[in-house]
Design a protein around this ligand. Sequence first.
Ligand code: PGA
Length: 253
Amino acid sequence: MRKQIAAANWKMNLTYQEGEKLLDDIFDAGTSLAPHQHAIFAVPYPYLIMTRSEVAEEFNYHVAAQNCHHKKSGAYTGEVSVDMLQSIGVHYCIVGHSERREYNAETNAMLADKVNLCQENGITPIFCCGEPLDIREAGTQNEFVAAQLRESLFHLPAARIKGIIIAYEPIWAIGTGRTASTAQAQEMHHFLRSVIADHYGKDIADEIPILYGGSVKANNAEELFSSPDVDGGLVGGASLVAADFTAIISALK
Ligand code: PGA
């Protein structure tokens, strides 16, 4: 079975102490994961080492960075390189979150460089895509999101694309409490899988986890995840509450 993943994206929230307590509360709940299920915590950079030491990778709990720089190293004050992440045992990294695309002017070409650097360092990119509201209202969301995949991922050879996790996050649903309907999510996930299949073949497309993001909550996760092409979620707000994120982990197929 394809991997099913609940990924927490803390964004710029929580102090170190609050983050430690949240992790303790989640681990105290002792939710066990099947071999194909994974929980990933994308925490702020200063908490990566702490989180890395708390998560039990053997039980499919992992830590992720929320971002990395698109250059290997150099004079980029304040930035964090993929080599640095790799050197502290981080194995996942969110790439191309819509907030970074918007506030940090990240382009599809830059994201292609990040994906390459991550993979060269044994880090799995959690690649985000998704359309803004005006594109959804114009009905051109499929072309918009397909272009994001093409321009940042489709240079990869087949063996590499298999190592990607995709997160479809319609921007109009992020942090707004307005979730895509289960049908809208399934429709887009199915479309994305078909775009990958056209380029790489159905077998490869069928292996790639596609997560849904955008106001995933404890009370809608199970329904969203029940769709055949929705392989879990990338969760912002609800990942900051132990009981909610625990329920979301439990909702994985
Ligand atoms: P949200 O954020 O769950 O708060 O909508 C999701 C995300 O941005 O990854």
